[in-house]
Design a protein around this ligand. Structure first.
Ligand code: NAD
Length: 456
């Protein structure tokens, strides 16, 4: 057995792990990252990046399909899956090469192999033992599946869906959360007949009610069917079809069934019990700064309860590296972490929904909703949607909720408003460029400050 030592040993080189490594190296620490697959993890190889490449191709297809409406002659001839795959893989390969070079340039050692925590809190990889003054767990998550829909010939998770070598003609999607909605959107753009089956009574059920409503309206217009408040009882797959029976006795037949019912933390078999790291329902228990129940063992990313988002993992990684280095600073706040669903239209939000705000502040909540129909730029690019701002009455902005094409790029302003606890009156004097979609947000702030311009 060979022993190695470093200031920091990381288990997992995905978004949380590599962000911790980069920040720790910047702070002068020696860092070892143990990774069994590829640096970049789910987000770069099987999640955020490749799915957004597919969604961009889907958007191009929609634009070509709608070109005549703006006086451009063009026609959709179909999807060339080989070239679509090359485009998607090319993006990932470039980002992967860049990330690998970045870690190398910061002097970070990457060890290829499967690591496991020992009873002493070290990390064993095959015959090698890595002793870290601190160890950070960042092993990520994997798609959750359900017994009634076993993954197989016709039943997929997002991982298989991503690399599918065809556009299915008919799909059923189980789960109307972020993944379900994004795949529904892209497959519909590519011409598929899509039905989303969601157990709760609305799409994107964790978002503000107004977001779910606006998205549902847009999806209906796009011909995407939804079965809300429905559960799958059984599935049957053959060589060329899958039949899904719902709890009301109805059945749906499709070429593929996508199961998108959440992601489970990857914490089995990594030695947590031996090391005494406490977990709850598979998630690692931590304090607000990422400390586990074992001194000098930390956790970041999807294995920590809360929003399973790459950018939250980045921030947690930065935070853990800084806390280890003795730096002060605020804990990572879920309340200012933006959430974006990259469907068509997009949904983006930060902070409290109206319902959460009312739970926290009772009647002292004011809300303004601005319809994108009043926004020139949205009209020009042909998107419907809305902006909703939630504030404490006479107090700060608590939440910002957006639906519409391209609104994911607008959420940053909402994030600053919520993060800095700004009042609409503070923002009202700042003009928004005309014509931009950001003006819609400006209109909502103006209205909440009591001086609506284009709004009533
Ligand atoms: P999710 O938790 O967002 O949504 C799962 C949905 O499935 C929920 O609405 C739930 O009510 C429903 N559901 C659960 N069991 C069901 C059943 N048996 N029948 C019908 N519906 C059922 O999970 P997801 O969409 O799988 O995404 C997983 C994670 O990955 C999320 O945390 C998400 O935030 C993250 N993610 C984020 C992005 C992004 O930020 N754009 C993209 C992809 C994934």
């Amino acid at each position: 057995m060979t022993e190695h030592s470093a200031d920091l040993v990381l288990l997992g080189g995905g978004s949380g792990g590599y962000a911790t490594a980069l920040r720790a190296a910047e702070l002068g620490r020696s860092v070892v990252v143990v990774e069994k697959d590829k640096l970049g993890g789910t987000c770069l190889h099987r999640g955020c990046v490749p799915t957004k490449a597919l969604l961009h191709a889907a958007e191009v297809m929609d634009h070509v399909r709608d070109a005549a409406a703006v006086g451009v002659n063009a026609a959709v001839e179909g999807v060339d899956v080989t070239r679509l795959t090359a485009y998607r893989e090319g993006i990932v390969a470039k980002k992967y090469a860049g990330l690998t070079a970045l870690l190398t340039s910061r002097g970070i050692t990457v060890v290829a192999g499967e690591g496991r925590l020992t009873a002493d809190g070290d990390v064993r990889v095959g015959d090698d033992l890595y002793r870290g003054t601190d160890v950070v767990l960042a092993t990520g998550s994997a798609p959750r599946t359900i017994g009634a829909a076993p993954v197989g010939r016709r039943i997929l998770t997002s991982e298989e869906a991503l690399t599918l070598d065809e556009v299915p003609a008919r799909v059923v999607i189980l789960g109307g959360g972020v993944i379900g909605v994004e795949f529904a959107s892209l497959w519909r753009s590519f011409g598929a007949e899509v039905t989303v089956v969601e157990a709760l009574d609305r799409l994107l059920p964790t978002e503000d009610d107004a977001v779910s409503k606006a998205l549902a309206r847009a999806f209906r217009k796009r011909g995407i069917a939804s079965r809300l408040g429905a559960r799958v009882v059984t599935t049957e797959q053959s060589d060329d079809a899958v039949t899904v029976t719902l709890d009301d006795g109805s059945a749906l037949t499709a070429d593929r069934l996508l199961v998108a019912v959440g992601r489970r933390p990857l914490t089995e078999g990594i030695g947590l019990d031996e090391a005494g790291v406490a977990t709850e329902s598979g998630f690692v228990t931590t304090d607000a700064d990422g400390r586990t129940t074992v001194p000098h063992v930390w956790a970041v990313g999807d294995i920590v309860p809360g929003l399973q988002l790459a950018h939250r993992a980045f921030q947690q990684g930065i935070r853990v590296a800084e806390v280890i280095a003795g730096q002060a600073g605020p804990a990572v706040a879920e309340s200012t972490t933006p959430r974006v669903t990259y469907s068509r239209p997009e949904a983006a939000s930060v902070g409290l929904t109206e319902a959460q705000a009312r739970e926290a502040h009772g009647d002292r909540v004011s809300v303004y909703e601005y319809n994108l129909a009043g926004n020139a730029k949205s009209e020009i690019i042909g998107t419907a949607g809305m902006v909703k701002v939630v504030r404490e009455t006479d107090g700060p902005i608590l939440g910002v909720h957006l639906v519409g094409d391209r609104v994911g790029e607008l959420i940053t302003e909402g994030q600053l408003a919520v993060g800095w606890e700004a009042h609409p009156e503070d923002i009202a004097p700042f003009v928004h460029a005309h014509p931009t979609q950001s003006e819609a947000l400006g209109e909502a702030f103006l209205a909440l400050a009591g001086k609506p311009l284009h709004a009533v």
